[in-house]
Write a protein that binds this ligand. Sequence first.
Ligand code: TRP
Length: 432
Amino acid sequence: MTSPIRYLTGITTTGTPHLGNYVGALRPAVQASRRPGTENFYFLADYHALIKCDDPARMQRSTLEIAACWLATGLDPEAVFFYRQSDIPEITELTWLLTCVTGKGLLNRAHAYKAQLDKNLEAGLDPDQDVTAGLFMYPVLMAADILMFKAHRIPVGRDQVQHIEMARDMASSFNHLYGEHLVLPEAEVDESVAMLPGLDGRKMSKSYDNVIALFAPREQMRRQIFSIVTDSRAPGEPKEAQGSALFQIFQAFASADETQQLLDAYASGIAWSDAKQLLFERIDREIAPMREKYDHLVAHPGELEDILKRGAAKARERATPFMAELRDAVGLRNLARRAAPAKEAKAKAALPQFKQYREADGKFYFKLVDAQGRLLLQSKGFDSPQQAGRRVAELRSTASGPHLGDGMVELAPGIVLTEVSSALQELTDAGN
Ligand code: TRP
């Protein structure tokens, strides 16, 4: 029997899910959770939510609503691992072990932190304004979420790819020092998921205030659907499906046949109000049974709490023994146990490392990081892993110092060439 591929998805418990989240994230994730030969982890990232939300009542309410959403849309808590991050103390424990092998320089480059920093600098404010250590440490907590369960693949949006890269970096630093304990995860970016337009035709997003709530009461959903912006064509005039938000939303819910029917109706001049009614009915057909389940769960939070508690117990069957292994690996041990003599795999001194990887653009990259994980060199994208590998070999072999003249490899910001030379020398000296 081959061992299962483990997928892991973290869900930050903020905000209220809308139809765009449903079509783009919840629905495909629930479908994916049923793939044979896989294990699937879905968890409520409430510690991550705490970084942004300091209102206890809202924290509790959002966690309740978002947990209810996932179950209502069909996630089967018996078939998957469904738990709340804060119920797994091993995750925070692992966060600290990872913190100790993570260079501060690595975290300095995290997009979310840098965005806040840049905003402050632009506004002439203190660079640390509104930067909690929580925001700065966000990628470490996220790496612990992933590495705790030896997840192989992490389905994420493009904005999260960097975080997965960082989790890989932390895992390889840890393994380098303490042996091969952690599994290196990979980001999986699905380009095919539908992007749903909102009421005004732009991407449906809370930040544009153009959303249709997923589980609003039926009447409210109807009103929202009727406020979708259309053009001014009168009943009887043929309508364009191209560029019609109404049509695109319909298509995200309908079969090919139903879509064709609406296309025909557009051509023969259906009134916008009738088209909206069709859209409302089609969406409601899919959502109504889920809304019923959602309303039930929100009205019976005790049931949800029990489900989450059972999920946590199931997840901890993995987390507790693994954390014990990791504690042992780093030397947090029972003092009465005889220390292993010289035979114990001696922790290797940390070395600089070349890391090769593939990005979502399909190209092959490498980078050189120092022992603390600080980026020294970054390559451009090569067409094949062999080309990237040859360039790495070349860098390693030039006794006269690295040559960067071909434009395919660049010094990282703030790095000078001598730092790279000495890192390469260290690698040569260590014989690897
Ligand atoms: N940062 C993720 C987001 O904002 C949520 C998240 C937290 C996550 N921990 C994770 C996603 C682990 C994947 C794996 O969407």
